[in-house]
Design a protein around this ligand. Structure first.
Ligand code: PMP
Length: 396
């Protein structure tokens, strides 16, 4: 069969090869990117879906508007207002089938083959692949623990004149990094100065362990005159409520939103009305704050456990910065004491010892750092984290 040329732009993921090995019995996996299914508020969602069917069966089971189910748009706007986007109205956002679809719509509406797109190095693998599918030349900007390095980002914007810049500023996947308030403001200034769209992907912003992170770039855009139209913001219910619901949202300026709606229409017509009505009922019932509190506490304990165990078991053979939220540790093998420095090699040895993580190389759009790796603390309980890190120590 003759497939479309655009498929030549994406490789099958190196991570997928590793995931094949995860079926091995007894393996403790830090490899996935899933939230813990034991955290799902099943009772709350059961009630919400029952109410959706009882109170609005026509809407919940019928075709719906591509922009999204109005009561959910209203709830999501209120949710964003509660997080500092004080002036947002429901019509400024559309509901998407996960934030993944919002990213796809951004790619579809903006990228011509050969266009440059700047992302963080490292960044979310599916985004790199998604933008490449539309023919983008994806260019990584270096990050540190405070997120993207703004001076380097500016140089890259000047050099490449990108179609847009894609950032996960709050507890990035895989980096766990948190972009400081100061840098957020600078990035917004760059957006205005170079008339460049900033795509803010924010599925982890609610998952913080201590103090709340700085407001989203969308929220902060009110402090940088002229920047609001240069921010597109992707939100998601996946990490806190349920990824299976496939409810995300996109906030953007009207022209972009209108075109995204047009593309979505030809793609899935609309996000599941049943899922939207359920999410709307859930938010309306006011269960979100308690759910957030619970998941933050559980993940915070797991992250702490992982930080202590990593130090204890791997010592100076590994470098990392303890994340303040999200689901991931991003680490680098130092090679200290002649220990393994190649994360692929280490991943193979780890699997032999019954523990898995993801090597970091695939998360770089270019020039991969082969000594990096990502560990998720989300799905294993604290005992399993201890045990898994013990095995990792042996593998080392
Ligand atoms: N963006 C990032 C950074 C992610 O890590 C994920 C999920 N792994 C997504 C987007 C997609 O999430 P969803 O489509 O479930 O909202």
């Amino acid at each position: 069969m003759q497939f479309a040329d655009r498929l030549n732009n994406v490789e099958t993921s190196a991570i997928r090869e590793l995931f094949k090995l995860l079926g091995k019995p007894g393996i403790i996996s830090f490899a996935g990117g899933f939230p813990d299914s034991a955290m799902f508020d099943v009772e709350g969602l059961r009630e919400a879906s029952a109410r959706a069917l009882q109170e609005e069966p026509g809407a919940a089971l019928q075709y719906g508007a591509t922009e999204g189910y109005e009561p959910l748009r209203t709830q999501l706007a209120a949710f964003e207002r509660s997080k500092g986007v004080t002036d947002i109205e429901p019509q400024q956002l559309i509901v998407t089938t996960g934030s993944q679809q919002a990213l796809d719509l951004i790619g579809k509406t903006l990228v011509n083959p050969g266009d440059k797109v700047i992302v963080e190095g490292p960044t979310f693998l599916a985004t790199i692949q998604c933008f490449r599918l539309y023919g983008a030349d994806v260019i990584p900007a270096p990050i540190d623990a405070q997120g993207v390095q703004v001076d380097k980002l500016e140089a890259l914007i000047k050099e490449h004149k990108p179609k847009f810049v894609y950032l996960v500023p709050t507890f990035g996947n895989p980096s766990g990094a948190l972009l400081t308030r100061e840098r957020r403001l600078k990035v917004l200034e760059l957006a205005v100065k170079y008339q460049t769209l900033i795509v803010e992907d924010d599925p982890y912003g609610d998952l913080y362990f201590g103090d709340a992170p700085p407001p989203s770039m969308l929220a902060l855009s009110r402090d940088v005159p002229g920047s609001r139209e240069w921010v597109a913001h992707c939100g998601s219910m996946s990490k806190v409520l349920s990824p299976g619901l496939r409810v995300g949202w996109l906030v953007a300026q009207p022209e972009l939103l209108q075109r995204a709606v047009m593309c979505k229409q030809f793609s899935d017509a609309h996000t599941s009305t049943f899922a939207q009505a359920t999410a709307a009922q859930y938010l309306k019932a006011g269960r979100m704050p308690a759910t957030l509190k619970r998941v933050r506490e559980v993940y915070a304990e797991r992250a702490r456990t992982m930080a202590v165990a990593l130090k204890r078991e791997l010592g100076d053979a590994i470098e990392f910065i303890e994340p303040q939220g999200g689901l991931f540790f991003w680490a680098r093998l130092t090679g200290a004491g002649g220990k393994v420095k190649d994360a692929n090699e280490f991943a193979k040895r780890a699997i032999e010892k019954g523990v898995a993580f993801v090597p970091g190389a695939p998360f770089f759009a270019k020039d991969p750092d082969l000594s990096t790796l990502r560990l998720s603390f989300a799905t294993a309980g604290v005992e399993k984290i201890e045990e898994g890190l013990g095995r990792l120590g042996q593998a080392l």
